[in-house]
Design a protein around this ligand. Structure first.
Ligand code: SF4
Length: 329
């Protein structure tokens, strides 16, 4: 093989939407050619916030597996696995915790933000504080040279790099320091103009049927200054245009000019968008239908991935235990 290893993960918290697709999945699919990719379903990370009710996690785990396969992650070319099936992550997380000052974790922007914003859940537990340490274990246990992530995860990766430097400074070249691979796509907004998120109810899902995509697209907010059909608009401030830049690249002149001169209406523009989104989603829906009809496929893909991941993780742990003078039989 000789390809360099990368790892990325997602928490199994529900069906994936277009924000995930353009922000991460499209990138995952492309990276399969270039790298030895490990894609992890981070069910332990889901636990950090869902510990009061874990009943949805198994279903969401399989659902995420289906989403991944249906967008084109190919188990022949990548390793898809479940975090909790590879216990070595917990061992390395415990060890990395020794190299992580508590104030680093308390200062982490994602941590501070969530503690302030999320009122309906109790997040005052060590597991939630420890989130970046577990994430660092996920990455370093596979000797990943890089990690495809969104902007929001950069502080976590930075912390991971700090942990690696500390370990290596004391014990020699034990762990690999990973680089970020930032997604090239800009962040997409939901149909109400806020960040696309399940909790806002403003997302277009990969599993939405065509009429649902059409209904939601028609609700999307456009340039707020374009009130009437004859008012000229500005695509730069329109969230529909952000989508068009991804799916209608051959029609951008028509949209730009049409919008600025009011020779097209927002409904014309959205009509094209709906057509393009459905063309994009159609094959994904088809594969999803097949996978839903044969649940054993996902189960088998994950079981094989878990097996490969365990072998890779155990090899790293042997090296780590030895370097840190830990007991081995
Ligand atoms: Fe947005 Fe298209 Fe309407 Fe212009 S025509 S405001 S780009 S939806």
């Amino acid at each position: 093989m000789g390809k360099k290893r990368i790892l990325s993960g997602m928490r199994p918290t529900g069906r994936l939407h277009l924000g995930h697709y353009f922000g991460a999945l499209q990138n995952y699919v492309r990276l399969q050619d270039e790298y030895d990719c490990f894609f992890m379903i981070a069910d332990w990370h889901a636990l950090t916030s869902e510990w009061q009710d874990t009943s949805q996690i198994p279903e969401n785990t399989r659902e995420l597996g289906i989403d991944w396969l249906s967008v084109g992650l190919d188990p022949q070319r990548c390793t898809m696995f479940v975090q909790s099936a590879v216990k070595q992550h917990a061992e390395l997380s415990l060890i990395l915790g020794m190299f992580t000052p508590v104030p680093w974790l308390e200062r982490c922007p994602t941590y501070k933000e969530q503690i302030e914003q999320i009122q309906n859940r109790d997040l005052s537990n060590i597991g939630f504080l420890n989130y970046p340490v577990l994430q660092a274990a996920d990455i370093t246990i596979y000797d990943a040279v890089a990690v495809p992530i969104g902007e929001d995860q950069v502080p976590h990766l930075e912390m991971c790099r700090e942990m690696v430097r500390r370990v290596n400074f004391i014990y020699g070249q034990v762990l690999v320091e990973p680089q970020p691979i930032l997604s090239p796509a800009p962040r997409l907004l939901g149909i109400d103009g806020r960040k696309m998120s399940k909790s806002y109810g403003n997302a277009i899902y990969l599993s939405d049927p065509p009429d649902e995509v059409s209904r939601k697209a028609k609700l999307m907010v456009t340039d707020p200054a374009r009130v009437r059909r004859q008012d000229p608009g500005n695509p730069d401030v329109c969230s529909v245009y952000a989508y068009q830049k991804l799916v209608s690249t051959d029609k951008l002149d028509w949209i730009e000019t049409g919008c600025r001169t009011a020779s097209i209406g927002c409904m014309d523009c959205k009509g094209l968008l709906i057509e393009r989104l459905n063309a994009l989603l159609d094959p994904i829906r088809g594969r999803r239908r097949e996978l839903e009809a044969n649940p054993r496929i996902v189960d088998r893909v994950l079981a094989e991935g878990n097996h490969r991941a365990r072998e890779a993780a155990e090899a790293t742990m042997k090296r780590v235990r030895k370097a840190l003078h830990l007991f081995e039989e």
